[in-house]
Design a protein around this ligand. Structure first.
Ligand code: GLC
Ligand code: CA
Length: 529
C-alpha cells in the first residue's frame, strides 16, 4: 500500500536550476530570479512540476553560493527577496513546487555568526563552530588540503570540510540546531514546498570513528529539522555521498520524521577526486545499481531519487553514454532507463536537450574552486595537457556553463558577456536547434514525462527487472492494478531481444514497431500491454 503522502511526492518531477547560469534578464551576464520566472512556462511545457533552486542567498561566492553569508536574504546579483516571493506565487499559480537549497553544515566565513565567533573564546557565538587549540585529526577538505585552519584572530583552529571560507557549524551546540530550525521555518512561512539538504550526512561528526559524517546525533538533528508538525508536510531530499544501505534507509524513512528521500551516488561511482578519473564503468553496472535500489525501495516503501546529472559532476551522457554520433539515442535511452522507474525524477538544466560536457584548453576558462584546486594538484604529477584533459572530463563547470538556449549571441543566455565562458558546443547543442530537429531530445523527454504523469503503473507500479546480469540491456516492467508496462533499453552495440507480449509500442527512439528483434545502439522501446 502506498500512502497518500507518498503518492503526492511520487507525482513530483523536479528540475534543478543553477541560477547563475540559467537565464539573465537584466543584462549583467549573470542569471537571476526573474530569469527563472521567465522560463516557468517553458518548464511547465516540458512537464516538470517542481524546481530545486541551487543557493541564491547572500554569499561571497567562493563556492558559488554554497558559502552563505545570510540565510534570509538574496544575493544582489540574483535579485531581491521580493523576486523570490514573486517566483513562489508564479509557481504556485502554475501548480508547481519550489524546493530551496538548505546548507546546514557550514556557513561563509562572512556570516555574522562566524565573524562574531572568531573574535574571542567567550562571545555568544563562540561555540557556533568547531574551535580547538590543535587540529583534532587528519581530516582533509573536499577542496584539497587540511580541513583545519588556524585563525590568527581567535588563536585557534576551526574545522572546514570544504574551503577555508566555509567553516563547519557546530551542531553539538543546541543553539545552532535552533538557528537552522528557524531558517527552515522562515522559508516555509514564505511558502516554499521543500528543501534539498546539502551534505546532510555531515552535520553530525563521528569523532570516535574518525569520520566526518554519520555521527551519533545525525538522526536527532534531521528529526529536529523536519520531524516537527509545522514542517511535516514538506518534501526533503538529502545529499548523501557516503553511508551504507541501512543508514540510508533509516534516514529516508519518512514515517520516522526524517527525509523524504536521499541522493545516493553509487551509480555515479565518483567522489571528490575520483570523478576526474575515466573509469571502465559501464551502463551494466549502473543498471545493476539502480535495479538494486529500486527493489530495496519497493520492499521498504521508500522513495528513490532518480537522477543522472547535477551541478557537481561531469555530464552523465559524456561519462557513461555517447556524446558524439549517437547523442540523441544515448540521451533518450538514459532518460528511459531512469525516469520510468519508481521514484522522483530530477532533471538538471540542459539535460532535457542532451547537453554534454564542454571542452576547454586552459584552466583560465574554469571558475569552480574544486576544479581550479585539483588542477594545481594534478599538475604536480602530470603535464598541464593531461591535467586539463581530466578537468574537462570531471569538472563541475561542465554543467555550470551558461545555458545554451539558442545558437545565437551568448547562447541566448544573456545580452551581455556571460559571467563565465559559454559551453564549447553551444552552437550545435542548444534548445532551439534541438526542438527544430526531427530527433529532438526535448520532445522525447516531454513524451516520457507525459507517460509518467498519465499512468499509475509508472508512478506507483511494482518494478521487476527482466534482463539478466550478463545482458547488455535493461529490460524492466512496471505493474499496477492489472496494468503492465515493459521498458526495453539497449545500451550495447546491437542486442537481440525477445519479449512475450501482446502489447504495443507507445514510444521508441528509432521509430520501431516490432517488439522483439534486434535492438540497435541505445535503442529504447516502451510497451503498453
Ligand atoms: C555539496 C554541493 C556542492 C558544494 C558542497 C559544499 O556537495 O552540492 O556544490 O560545493 O556541498 O557546500
Ligand atoms: Ca542578471
Amino acid at each position: 500500500m502506498i500512502s497518500e503522502q507518498y503518492k503526492k511526492f511520487l507525482s513530483y518531477v523536479i528540475y534543478q536550476v543553477y541560477p547563475r547560469s540559467f537565464n539573465d534578464t537584466n543584462g549583467d551576464g549573470i542569471g537571476d530570479i526573474n530569469g527563472v520566472i521567465e522560463k516557468l512556462d517553458y518548464l511547465k511545457e516540458l512537464g516538470v512540476n517542481a524546481i530545486w533552486l541551487c543557493p541564491c542567498y547572500k554569499s561571497p561566492n567562493d563556492d558559488n553560493g554554497y558559502d552563505i553569508a545570510d540565510y534570509r536574504d538574496i544575493m544582489d546579483e540574483f535579485g531581491t527577496l521580493d523576486d523570490v516571493k514573486r517566483l513562489i506565487s508564479e509557481m504556485h499559480k502554475r501548480d508547481m513546487k519550489l524546493i530551496m537549497d538548505l546548507v546546514p553544515n557550514h556557513t561563509s566565513s562572512e556570516h555574522e555568526w562566524f565573524k562574531q565567533s572568531r573574535m574571542s573564546k567567550d562571545n555568544p557565538y563562540s561555540d557556533y563552530y568547531y574551535w580547538f587549540d590543535e587540529p583534532q585529526n587528519d581530516w582533509q577538505s573536499c577542496f584539497c588540503g587540511s580541513a583545519w585552519e588556524y585563525d590568527e584572530q581567535r588563536g585557534q583552529y576551526y574545522l572546514h570540510s570544504y574551503a577555508p571560507s566555509q567553516p563547519d557549524l557546530n551542531w553539538e551546540n543546541p543553539k545552532v540546531v535552533k538557528e537552522i530550525q528557524d531558517v527552515v521555518d522562515f522559508w516555509v512561512d514564505l511558502g516554499v514546498d521543500g528543501f534539498r539538504c546539502d551534505v546532510i550526512d555531515q552535520i553530525s561528526k563521528d569523532w570516535e570513528r574518525n569520520l566526518n559524517c554519520f555521527g551519533p546525533q545525525l538522526h536527532d538533528h534531521i528529526h529536529a529539522l523536519f520531524g516537527r508538525d509545522k514542517v511535516r508536510h514538506i518534501f526533503t531530499v538529502g545529499e548523501c555521498w557516503a553511508g551504507d544501505i541501512d543508514e540510508i534507509v533509516r534516514h529516508s524513512a519518512y514515517e520516522r520524521g526524517e527525509l523524504s528521500t536521499l541522493f545516493q551516488f553509487d551509480h555515479l561511482a565518483c567522489g571528490c577526486t575520483t570523478k576526474f578519473r575515466k573509469k571502465p564503468e559501464s551502463l551494466k553496472s549502473v543498471r545493476d545499481i539502480i535495479a538494486k535500489w529500486q527493489t530495496l525501495n519497493q520492499e521498504r516503501d521508500l522513495i528513490h531519487a532518480l537522477f543522472t546529472d547535477n551541478h557537481d559532476n561531469g555530464r552523465f551522457i559524456s561519462r557513461m553514454g555517447n556524446d558524439g554520433e549517437l547523442r540523441y539515442e544515448s540521451a533518450t535511452c538514459l532518460a528511459a532507463m531512469f525516469y520510468l522507474l519508481r521514484g522522483v525524477p530530477f532533471i538538471y538544466q540542459g539535460q532535457e536537450f542532451g547537453l554534454t560536457n564542454s571542452h576547454h584548453h586552459s584552466i583560465d576558462e574554469f571558475d569552480d574552486i574544486e576544479s581550479v584546486n585539483i588542477y594545481k594538484y594534478f599538475c604536480e604529477s602530470m603535464t598541464p595537457e593531461e591535467a586539463i584533459d581530466k578537468i574537462n572530463f570531471g569538472s563541475r563547470d561542465n554543467p555550470r556553463r551558461p545555458m545554451s538556449w539558442t545558437a545565437g549571441k551568448n547562447g541566448g543566455f544573456s545580452d551581455a558577456e556571460p559571467w563565465m565562458p559559454l559551453h564549447s558546443r553551444y552552437k550545435e547543442i542548444n534548445l532551439e536547434t534541438d526542438r527544430n530537429s526531427e530527433k529532438s531530445v526535448f520532445n522525447f523527454y516531454r513524451e516520457i514525462l507525459k507517460i509518467r504523469r498519465e499512468n499509475d503503473a509508472i508512478l506507483y507500479g511494482d518494478f521487476e527487472v527482466i534482463s539478466k546480469q550478463e545482458d547488455g540491456n535493461f529490460v524492466f516492467t512496471r505493474t499496477y492494478e492489472g496494468k503492465r508496462f515493459i521498458v526495453i533499453c539497449n545500451f550495447e552495440d546491437e542486442s537481440e531481444i525477445s519479449v512475450e507480449t501482446s502489447g504495443k509500442i507507445i514510444l521508441s527512439n528509432y521509430g520501431r514497431d516490432a517488439v522483439s528483434g534486434t535492438y540497435r545502439p541505445y535503442e529504447v522501446a516502451i510497451i503498453e500491454e
